[in-house]
Ligand binder design. Structure first.
Ligand code: FE2
Length: 386
């Protein structure tokens, strides 16, 4: 593996031995949220994060029971969907979980085969392979449930050249705040219940052909008060990475337990989004009102050169500036990374975002876990949930 310091965007070649090839995934296709008010949520993601208007479906396009706004930035597509009528099943999801990620859609070559391969290995079906067409061609989608009520949708769009999906029309808006440099989904993390992490690790191995390439136990991920365990699952080409967390016993309540209480079960905890210039991206996001966790103490920043080790000379950023923005730094054998975490983006302490810039490192900031979790605990303390 190359030691060259650069941003990593993986190709399609297999990089993780042990991963199986029955479910080739080309990337994240879209992430769909069920929300209480999609119009206002779309305004937030445009204004605060710089997403661009892409497509829309709703009453004006002949859809009677829901409205969906599709936003794009770099390779990331968010779909914000809200029910329009009282008897929509979407309401149950929102009552139970609040505004939440419902669908993590994966871009595939063959959605029928993806459905057959995964359901024959034990996946619970969400949607049988379904062909949707319009004047721009056809899309085939199928879906399976993963943890909780979360769904993986398989999207085959090789015979389609429309804006998003059949049923959506292009959304042209007069309000177009500038992008903030967000490029692609780096990883998406799921929180599952007590003692369920290994069940879901095995599920991703058996059903999706993924491999477990990093593990952190509660000895590595703990603070004075609380602990959690985490295993990182990846598909063969490394484009799809799903760390899975479960709570662990500590003196006080784990942040994972807090999530499970407020989410009402397992669900997506955070979406990590890659940028090429974290200083610029985070400065932009802060000026637009995105709230981040507070900075670790001075001692943390004093220790950055020693944490960088062999990559100290390659480190380009100004530590003072990094500290001012509360960005954190970690390194592994292959390089370093810069990362920062938003506060939850809804009133329930559930989903949040991570902004990450990889400079060769393939890890997840294990060296930052302690400082990060102490910062989260300061927020939990304020919420009365520690
Ligand atoms: Fe992360």
């Amino acid at each position: 593996m190359s030691n060259e310091i650069k941003n990593v965007e993986y190709g399609l070649e297999k990089i993780f031995e042990g991963a199986q090839d029955f479910l080739p995934l080309m990337g994240t296709d879209y992430v769909e949220f069920y929300v209480g008010n999609a119009k206002q949520a779309a305004h937030y993601y445009k204004t605060a994060f710089g997403y661009q208007s892409l497509a829309y479906a709703g009453l004006e396009t002949g859809v009677r029971d829901r409205a969906s706004y599709v936003l794009q930035q770099g390779k990331i597509r968010l779909v914000l969907t809200t029910p329009l009528v009282a008897d929509s099943p979407l309401n149950d999801h929102i009552v139970k979980h609040g505004d939440a990620v419902k669908i993590v859609a994966l871009w595939v070559e063959d959605a029928r085969k993806s459905f057959e391969e995964t359901t024959s290995r034990g996946a619970r079906p969400y949607m049988e392979p379904t062909v949707e067409t319009d004047e721009f061609g056809e899309v085939v989608r199928s879906g399976i449930y993963t943890y909780g009520e979360t769904v993986h949708m398989f999207v085959e769009r090789k015979n389609y050249n429309g804006t998003f999906l059949p049923g959506y029309r292009e959304w042209k808006s007069d309000y177009n705040p500038a992008p903030t440099g967000l490029k692609y989904v780096d990883h998406m993390v799921g929180n599952v219940g007590w003692n369920e992490m290994n069940t879901w690790v095995k599920w991703y191995e058996d059903v999706m052909g993924f491999v477990n390439f990093l593990s952190f136990d509660d000895k590595q991920i703990n603070t004075e008060y609380s602990a959690l365990m985490s295993k990182v699952m990846s598909n063969g080409n490394g484009r799809i990475k799903f760390p899975i967390n479960e709570p662990a016993e500590g003196m006080k309540k784990s942040q994972i337990e807090e999530y499970l209480d407020f989410y009402g079960g397992p669900g997506v905890q955070h979406i990590a989004i890659a940028t090429d210039d974290i200083v610029k991206t985070v400065s932009d996001l802060k000026s637009r009102g995105v709230e981040f966790l507070s900075a670790p103490p001075q001692a943390y920043y004093d220790a950055i050169p020693s944490r960088l080790g062999a990559h100290k000379d390659a480190f380009k950023e100004d530590i003072k500036e990094i500290q001012k923005l509360a960005i954190m730094v970690d390194a592994d054998e292959e390089g370093y990374l810069l990362q920062i975490f938003t506060k939850p983006v809804e009133d329930r302490p559930t989903l949040f975002f991570e902004i990450i810039q990889r400079m060769g490192a393939r890890g997840f900031g294990a060296g930052n876990f302690k400082a990060l979790f102490e910062s989260i605990e300061r927020e939990q303390e304020l919420r009365g949930t520690l």
